[in-house]
Design a protein around this ligand. Structure first.
Ligand code: SF4
Length: 95
């Protein structure tokens, strides 16, 4: 069976945004000094992280797929990541 392209499969997901609370926080200084910033920008499959003009890392937490990859590559203390509060976050529609 041939699966649809990954973009089409991801587009079927539903995201419930928690507008009051981000489930991702960055210690900008630690992220910069440990190289965490470059790693999380490079590895996030959802493009949650990007470099702002001022050099800090922007976080578009609403798009998070909750895969945990950024947590695996970050240095201790540079990233505070937890699952979104109950009822919020990604709801997978396929696989
Ligand atoms: S958990 Fe996955 S999708 Fe979410 S910010 Fe980290 S790498 Fe990106």
């Amino acid at each position: 069976m041939k699966l649809p392209p990954i973009e089409a499969r991801l587009a079927g997901n539903r995201f419930v945004l928690d507008e009051e609370e981000s489930h991702i926080e960055i210690d900008q200084e630690l992220a910069r000094s440990t190289g965490t910033a470059e790693r999380i920008i490079a590895c996030c499959p959802a493009g949650v992280y990007s470099r702002r003009p001022d050099g800090e890392v922007a976080v578009e937490y609403a798009a998070c797929l909750e895969c945990g990859t950024c947590l695996a590559v970050s240095s201790p203390g540079a990233l505070r990541w937890r699952y979104p509060r109950g009822g919020f976050g990604v709801q997978y529609r396929e696989g």
